[in-house]
Ligand binder design. Structure first.
Ligand SMILES: [Zn+2]
Length: 418
């Protein structure tokens, strides 16, 4: 199944919101609080980031995605999006196929789930198919094993749009809005850059290289915001530093846009690369840059496994741009590409540990390696959002302000019998 260029995956952008006049009597629905991951996935579905999904996957789709990397209807899909719950929850709420559930988040009514299927699925088989391993040291496998024993398949509907909080609000572009913005800018070829990092000049050059490789007129920085662990960069620093690269002129205003994507990384290597491509296709991108070890972890995937997977998916509908490493080369006298530079023996790779050390010391690094404007933003973010650190601490995990809030919308009483 091949979509037209620029059409959303599956041909139609999904939007799943409950119209104000159609909100059911929430007091009569069984209510279930959901955790952060599921709440973010509800947003992914409702706003169309995960088009063509309209809800959490049923058993046939889970099996098909796991075994064939496609939905049962044939469209490419690589990561099962599932809603799990326990035997106890299933019994206590008397959940059955055909019922509607009220999902609570942040203590408020958030979404409804029409239960179409209640099923179980072997987590071991799911892990093996999706991650290629059942090793619990793999964070995606661990996440899979942590699912409760039952899954609910069915469509969801968000009761109201969410409020995205400062400083993320300017970067919140759901697919419909982003597509409108791309049209407004007249971009025809947009290359996506996936990030969870504060950019050093190696990242900057990855973007620049991808821009030329795609013959693009726009670069979309799509910063993944999800579950954080201590030692990660804080979300605020990731987003604001990328935006500063543009403000400071390293990218012209007209060609660069920073946005956020709420998603809990699975570290599924090639399968996650495919998922990233599909989401950015839904956002309106024509191209997606993939560098070394995209969305990998440890040594589970070969460094360019994510490059190889695309050869098997001619109907993906978005072009992968496969990039090699950029590094500092003293002979070239600047940042050089592994594909071009002939001084491999002198190459000085960017090391996350080195950059981290620099930021921890608070000493401004050479601008060839790390832009001074970016450095200043990192330091500001540490003060403003990070409790004095640009890295996630226990305190940040506990006390940070949420990326988005559920609207405290009053559910209007019914004005007429229907
Ligand atoms: Zn060189």
């Amino acid at each position: 199944m091949v979509d037209n260029a620029l059409s959303p995956h599956g041909g139609r952008l999904v939007e799943r919101f409950t119209a104000a006049e159609r909100v059911p009597d929430l007091t009569r629905l069984p209510a279930l609080p959901i955790r952060d991951q599921i709440a973010r996935e509800c947003l992914g579905i409702a706003y169309g980031f995960f088009s063509p999904l309209e809800g959490f996957l049923g058993q046939a789709d889970v099996r098909s995605v796991a075994e064939e990397m496609r939905l049962a209807n044939g469209y490419v899909w690589s990561i099962p999006i599932v809603f799990d719950l326990s035997q106890e929850e299933l019994q206590r709420l008397n959940i059955k196929e055909g019922k509607t559930l009220l999902l609570l988040y942040q203590g408020r009514p958030y979404a409804t789930l029409q239960v179409e299927e209640v099923f179980s699925y072997s987590k071991e088989s799911l892990a093996r198919s999706v991650y290629g391993t059942t090793d619990e040291k793999h964070p995606g496998v661990r996440r899979t094993y942590a699912y409760k024993d039952w899954f609910l398949g069915g469509k969801i509907s968000l009761l109201a749009p969410v409020a995205v909080n400062s400083p993320f609000r300017p970067f919140w572009y759901p697919p419909k809005e982003l597509r409108a913005e791309i049209a407004r800018r007249g971009w025809k070829r947009v290359v996506a850059h996936q990030t969870r990092n504060v950019p050093h000049t190696g990242h900057e050059w990855l973007m620049k290289g991808a821009y030329f490789a795609a013959n693009a007129d726009g670069i979309l920085v799509s910063a993944v915001i999800g579950e954080k662990r201590t030692g990660d960069y804080i979300d605020e620093a990731i987003v604001l530093t990328h935006d500063r690269l543009r403000q400071a002129g390293y990218f012209r205003e007209e060609i660069h846009l920073t946005s956020i994507l709420l998603w809990d990384m699975r570290y599924a290597g090639p399968r996650e690369a495919v998922f990233h491509a599909l989401v950015r296709k839904n956002l309106g991108c024509t191209h997606h840059m993939f560098g070394r070890d995209h969305a990998g972890v440890g040594t589970y995937y070969s460094p360019y496994a994510a490059h190889e997977v695309f050869a098997t998916l001619p109907d993906l509908g978005i072009q992968p741009v496969l990039a090699r490493e950029w590094y500092y080369c003293p002979a070239c006298g600047g940042i050089a590409s592994e594909e071009l530079c002939g001084h491999q023996e002198q190459a000085q790779q960017f090391s996350g540990t080195l950059i981290r050390g620099i930021l921890q010391d608070g000493v401004k690094p050479p601008r060839l390696i790390f832009r001074p404007e970016v450095f200043d933003v990192v330091m500001d973010c540490a003060e403003q959002y990070g409790f004095s650190s640009p890295f996630v601490s226990e305190r940040y995990l506990r006390d940070r302000s949420p990326v988005f809030s559920v609207a405290s919308r009053e559910v209007a009483p019914r004005t007429r019998a229907d």
